[in-house]
Design a protein around this ligand. Structure first.
Ligand code: SAM
Length: 184
């Protein structure tokens, strides 16, 4: 079955603290990792950035995933508090509990998961309103890396085989070179 194993969790990714003047590329990468590794949607908190949305939509248009939801400009704190009524909130931060020590509990207790990643300094309130503050190691690195590893541990690697039935472009793996098939 296509994408089997991924239906167990419904994941959305909330990016907070985005600064349109300097974070476009990293924020786009957060969204692309969310899409490529099985999340159902991406939320940009507190700000609308049309150029980020355009970049994500271009990828979706070619590589599939038209059902991937993109939401922008909502109030992040309110969104998280509302999410708590029907799911778990996981905030990725190097100050949290290291992922090997908490991921099994998340897998057991959660189905709808909102993953929060920050940009600059994350306001205190997100540490308080999240069910889980999860570290991907206790070194500072990147929201893109943290998200990818979190999703990989959640799905135990199954997300790496994801496919999109509506893709116009599909890669045929090669030992060397590139082969891409166009589907109408
Ligand atoms: N110094 C910022 C702070 O106080 O939260 C973090 C800045 S970091 C460039 C941006 C984001 O990457 C963080 O908000 C977090 O979501 C993620 N991140 C970076 N290192 C991490 C780690 N070791 N574990 C989990 N998430 C991490």
């Amino acid at each position: 079955m296509e994408n089997s194993g991924l239906e167990k969790y419904k994941v959305y990714v909330l990016r907070i603290g985005h600064r349109p003047s300097r974070d476009k590329r990293v924020t786009t990468h957060v969204a692309l990792v969310a899409r490529a590794f099985g999340a159902k949607g991406f939320i940009l908190g507190d700000v609308v950035d049309k150029s980020v949305e355009e970049s994500i939509r271009k990828v979706i248009d070619n590589w599939g995933g038209k059902d991937f939801e993109i939401i922008m400009g909502i109030n992040s704190v309110k969104y998280v508090k509302e999410w708590r009524n029907h799911g778990c909130v996981v905030h990725l931060t190097m100050y949290g509990i290291n992922i090997p020590n908490i991921v099994n509990e998340i897998k057991e207790k959660c189905q709808n998961i909102l993953v929060i990643v920050g940009a600059e300094k994350v306001p205190r309130i997100f540490y308080e309103i999240s069910h889980y503050n999860v570290a991907v190691g206790h070194q500072p690195h990147s929201e893109v890396a943290a998200l990818a590893i979190f999703l990989d541990r959640l799905w135990e690697g199954k997300e790496i085989n994801i496919t999109f039935p509506d893709a116009k472009l599909v890669i045929v793996p090669q030992f060397r070179g590139k082969k891409v098939v166009k589907r109408s």
